[in-house]
Design a binder for this molecule. Structure first.
Ligand code: GLP
Length: 243
């Protein structure tokens, strides 16, 4: 476990970007795990700068996103299909045909079948080389809310009320926020060969402390990351304030 604390989110993003670039440079056709949210944005910007400088290329890198809302049109601007296209695929110059996002569309049976197939696709691809993560204020990673099992796989999940409230800022009202998602499981995430978590801002400070210094248990899903042997937390000073 490595913990890097930087003054600002952009400094933390640059450190995280260098780490990811050096991991992927070692792979011919690497596989990156992509996260949505405000936390990874400075990281994607820093990776885009490395691409422009010719230091790394994602043109043949495969990608698997962590999660997607259930019941949202993939073309909705707040779907994770749209956000991954906007925040990761475009700035990093990825080939959209090589990037997958879980499906949250169709009947319940179709969503559940697609989740099983998604989990299998990650394994068949050989697993993720480096996984990017943010963290929810309640300690969730992906959409693995408190109570998620350490060996969980990609599946349909209920969103916690605090997650629905937090994500309502992206929708016209709280009633418009999907109440379910499809998320890679904690077991899926922990099977990545390396993990880089980024967290910024004081609203993440308690979750970061619980993840790093609290008990390793399902009440803080991110605490299970301490059982992985190649995890880096890249934090700004505010997110690290309670350590
Ligand atoms: C979202 C996502 C997570 C993300 C978290 C924090 O609901 N499912 O992957 O890490 O919540 O988001 P943000 O970085 O915008 O605070």
């Amino acid at each position: 476990m490595k913990i890097v604390i930087q003054h600002s989110p952009s400094d933390a993003g640059r450190v995280a970007a260098r780490q990811i670039a050096s991991t992927l440079r070692l792979q011919q056709n690497g596989i990156i795990g992509l996260a949505t949210g405000s936390s990874p944005q400075p990281l994607y910007e820093a990776l885009a700068a490395l691409v422009r400088a010719g230091e790394v290329s994602f043109a043949s890198t495969r990608g698997f996103a962590l999660d997607e809302y259930v019941g949202i049109d993939p073309d909705h601007p707040e779907s994770y299909h749209s956000i991954i296209a906007r925040d990761a695929i475009a700035p990093l110059g990825m080939d959209p045909r090589l990037v997958r996002v879980p499906s949250g569309s169709g009947s319940v049976e179709e969503v559940d079948e697609a989740a099983v197939e998604y989990e299998a696709a990650i394994r068949e691809a050989g697993g993720v080389d480096v996984q990017i993560l943010g963290i929810g204020a309640n300690g969730h990673i992906g959409f693995n809310e408190p109570g998620s099992a350490a060996d969980s796989v990609t599946r349909r999940v209920d969103l916690a009320p605090e997650t629905i409230a937090a994500n309502s800022r992206f929708f016209p009202s709280v009633a418009d926020v999907p109440t379910q998602a499809v998320s890679q499981g904690l077991g899926t995430i922990l099977s990545a060969r390396a993990i880089v978590l980024v967290a910024n801002g004081s609203e993440k400070a308690q979750a970061v402390r619980d993840a790093l210094e609290g008990p390793i248990e399902a009440s803080c899903p991110a605490s299970f990351l301490r059982e992985h042997d190649d995890v880096t937390f890249c934090l700004d000073e505010q997110a690290a304030a309670l350590l």
